[in-house]
Design a protein around this ligand. Structure first.
Ligand code: DAT
Length: 194
């Protein structure tokens, strides 16, 4: 089986992907790292992020990575992946307030920090995953206040179920509007922090 693990930065893709691959005896592949190391990305200092600059070469690399079987692929780059190459997509979710603190611990500030927390609130990776792979393949997991082992147990249980698992969270209805406004102002550069 080829499993994709995705979600906003800081939701636990690397930790959970590594543990999931160990438990399933699958190979763990960090696709973001492979793409950055292969030189197809360009660093954008304005948003302090690597962006894909050579799309054709990136697709070639992704195709070659996905020619293997029994893999857990950790990635933020889902738009270049062919849906037929993936069996299941695990989308990790995390309470935005916990995510904010985790990303702060990483040293993220200002626009980059707020943009990512807003992406989590607005279900960005969930919506993208459903659009690209179809809801039958998507498993959405709320990781908030759960250990890595608890999350991995939940994923393994859901992988063997034929039913999709969506609607795990609804951050937009639970965050207060003040917080949302501040995040948006920070993303726009109007304030330095939330
Ligand atoms: P990602 O790969 O999505 O950016 P990560 O795996 O690097 O995320 O995890 C980000 C940080 O959060 C890292 O310090 C480990 C911690 N973490 C991950 N999953 C966790 C969990 N379920 N409980 C507590 N901390 C967790």
């Amino acid at each position: 089986m080829r499993i994709l693990i995705t979600g906003t930065p800081g939701t636990g893709k690397t930790c959970i992907g590594l543990e999931l691959s160990r438990r399933l005896n699958y190979e763990y592949i960090n696709l973001n790292e492979i793409l950055v190391r292969s030189g197809v990305c360009k660093y954008n200092p304005d948003i302090d992020t690597h962006e894909i600059a050579d799309t054709d070469r990136a697709i070639e690399i992704i195709d070659s990575v996905l020619s293997r079987d029994d893999i857990v692929v950790d990635t933020l780059v889902i738009s270049l992946i062919k849906p037929e190459d993936i069996d299941k997509v695990v989308v990790l979710r995390l309470n935005p307030k916990i995510l904010l603190e985790r990303l702060r611990l990483r040293g993220w500030r200002g626009r980059k920090l707020c943009e990512n927390v807003l992406a989590e609130i607005l279900d960005y990776f969930l919506v993208e995953s459903i659009n690209i792979f179809g809801e039958d393949k998507v498993i959405e997991i709320d990781t908030s206040n759960k250990s890595i082992n608890e999350v991995v147990n939940e994923i393994i249980k859901l992988l063997s179920s034929s039913r999709p698992r969506l609607g795990a969270v609804s951050w937009l209805s639970s965050v207060d509007s003040d917080f949302l406004v501040k995040l948006d102002m920070c993303r726009e550069g109007l304030i330095d922090d939330v």
